[in-house]
Design a protein around this ligand. Structure first.
Ligand code: G3I
Length: 300
């Protein structure tokens, strides 16, 4: 193939990007988006603060703009994210206990129902585990509603959109480490108890290198009977081009790795200001990292 999306499709995968609704009027941005990508994630527009700014008052205009653009281009959509400790609306930040738990369930039901049938995978729960060596949950208002909040979120999402793959998504999980192992143990427990989980997202915000056991880590999750997806890839540093190739080959080597999403199109679109971690420069030209990625998709 001659584009990321077409080349990934030849390998039975997708290649996606995060999209910001505010950039859909930028012709350089949209032409790269339509040419190269066949999966789209809303960078912010489907999050809790964006979709439910006041309690039980749902706003989908910007999320729908991205979904409609994707559909028009024949792209699939990753829903991001039904629950997260970050980017909650103020009213939810100030809630706790059973009231917050009910609000969470209502939120998931409404948003997943609105997008029912349109979403390839939903990030049902984002970043719920703590960094460091403890292997525990991250403290948050949601966590303080009870340790079962994650499985409640997954069961609620399944009921609202039975056709979407339901993912757990996190960062600093790129190798075998205490955080990824804690998530591995949760997924294994969910599979054993019949809690509906279909996939695990590895954000893969990387700096100059990737752990040597990246592929092995993806594979151990796949061996639990879930799909794996690289969901927010961006790589800074001098080894950028080579590391993009390594990450791409790792996904292709794991049968249950569905695809790769990069977290933005041009360097100037990245949340990592000044780090130039993406595949296109500020003018929209292909970088060396684009070439190693495309070549890995085509030749391994
Ligand atoms: O839209 C407002 C704008 O009206 C206001 O003038 C401006 C002033 O600060 O803020 C704008 O909102 C910003 C929003 O991005 C849209 O640009 C927020 O401040 C800013 O915090 C927000 O950042 C997003 C970040 O998540 C929030 O945590 C990034 O765009 C987004 O790339 C980033 O994405 C996350 C994933 O969802 C989860 N994994 C980590 C990843 C990187 O942090």
């Amino acid at each position: 193939g001659t584009t990321l999306g077409a080349s990934a499709a030849e390998r039975g995968r997708y290649f996606g990007t995060a999209v910001a609704a505010s950039k859909l009027g930028d012709s350089v941005y949209v032409s790269i988006l339509n040419r190269e990508f066949n999966m789209v994630t809303a960078e912010n527009e489907m999050k809790w603060d964006a979709t439910e700014p006041s309690q039980n008052n749902f706003t989908y205009a910007n999320g729908d703009r991205i979904a409609n653009q994707a559909r028009g281009n024949g792209s699939r959509i990753r829903g991001h994210a039904l629950t997260w400790h970050n980017q909650q609306p103020t009213w939810a930040q100030n809630m706790s206990g059973s009231a917050l738990r009910s609000a969470m369930v209502n939120h998931i039901t409404n948003v997943a129902t609105h997008y029912r049938g349109q979403i390839f995978s939903w990030d049902v729960v984002n970043e719920a585990f703590a960094d460091g060596t403890g292997g525990g949950r991250r403290d948050s208002n949601l966590q303080r509603t009870g340790n079962d909040w994650i499985e409640v979120a997954f069961r609620t999402a399944r009921a609202a959109d039975p056709g979407a793959k339901l993912c757990y998504n996190d960062y600093n999980t790129d190798g075998v480490n205490p955080k990824s192992t804690a998530i591995f143990n949760m997924v294994q427990d969910f599979k054993n108890r019949g809690v509906p989980i279909d996939c695990v997202g590895f954000q893969s915000h990387l700096t100059n290198s990737v752990p040597g056991d990246y592929q092995a880590n993806l594979q151990r999750f796949a061996n639990l009977g879930v799909d794996v997806q690289i969901t927010e890839l961006d790589i800074s540093g001098a080894n950028q081009a080579a590391v993009y190739g390594t990450v791409t080959r790792a996904c292709l080597a794991v049968a249950r790795c569905n695809g790769i999403t990069v977290w933005g199109i041009r360097d100037s679109d990245s949340w990592r200001t000044g780090q130039n971690p993406l595949l296109f420069d500020n003018s929209g030209n292909k970088k060396a990292a684009y070439n190693t990625t495309l070549s890995a998709l085509n030749t391994g």
